[in-house]
Design a protein around this ligand. Sequence first.
Ligand code: C2E
Ligand code: MG
Ligand code: MG
Ligand code: MG
Length: 293
Amino acid sequence: TVRRAGGNAYCVYRHGMDLDGTDQVELQRELRHAIERGQLALHFQPKLRAADGMLAGVEALLRWQHPVHGAVSPAVFIPVAERFGLIGELGQWVLDAACRQVRLWHEAGADVPVAVNLSAHQLRQHDLEACVREALRRHRVPARMLILEITESVAMDDVDASIRVFDMLDAIGVQLSIDDFGTGYSSLSYLRRLPARQLKVDRSFVRDLDTSHDAQAIAGAVVRLAHALGMTVVAEGVETEAQAAILRDLDCDELQGFLYARPMSGPDLLNWLRQRDPGSVSRFAVHNEQADP
Ligand code: C2E
Ligand code: MG
Ligand code: MG
Ligand code: MG
């Protein structure tokens, strides 16, 4: 699609751009069939402990391999799914696929906690707790292996609802993480009332760490705030050694980004783990091959 990009410039449609109405309608029609046609997959990106580089867990990121357009970015199709009422089904598929993968890794000898992104719609879904419980039960995954990420702006949009949902999920032992922190408008008094275990510093601050004093000041303040409230801090989008060094100096707990690994399939994650840290994968399970979920 060729579209007008402001001024006289024209550019070819890219991922990350807003789709116009017609494109959205077309995409949602295809998205409806994506699940049954097996075009969706979860990829997993490692989060490493800053102190020793050990794997702390992974974040599950949804991928849609479109037969014609190729890989469609979740930044494009998640908003479409939200708008056209498909996010409930999609979110449930993601929860189930993430728990299934945790079980497969466990059977292959590696216990890897997984973080799943929740959409605004899921936060309002009255049967969210039942869906989470059911996914854990079906794949016999302990609740402590599951982390749910909710962006700061979504969590703060309806704070009372968020507190209710967070309390309920916390009660069943699932951990909560506040994603893209620093881009929303948190009230500190509300932050204190949310039983979140983790804050994720938004990539925009990480990107500017080595060039901007302000970005460093903000990242440092987020780390101190989180620690004061008993939470851990993850930095997302770490791409350079310089950024990682600054984040370690700032006492950030976990690092995630292309510097360490890109999101990858479940089986690839296991191979990655075996190569860099053979001790973390049980010796008795290394021949236990797993199928792609
Ligand atoms: P997010 O939750 O903040 O996820 C992190 C995004 O940053 C991912 O993009 C990841 O691939 C990307 N990333 C990680 N490290 C680096 C890095 O070093 N440099 C750069 N430039 N990018 C990095 P992705 O996979 O395209 O996902 C985009 C967003 O789509 C996610 O942001 C999340 O909000 C949403 N999303 C993805 N999967 C799901 C899902 O299953 N459910 C829901 N509701 N939303 C999802
Ligand atoms: Mg996330
Ligand atoms: Mg994030
Ligand atoms: Mg982000």
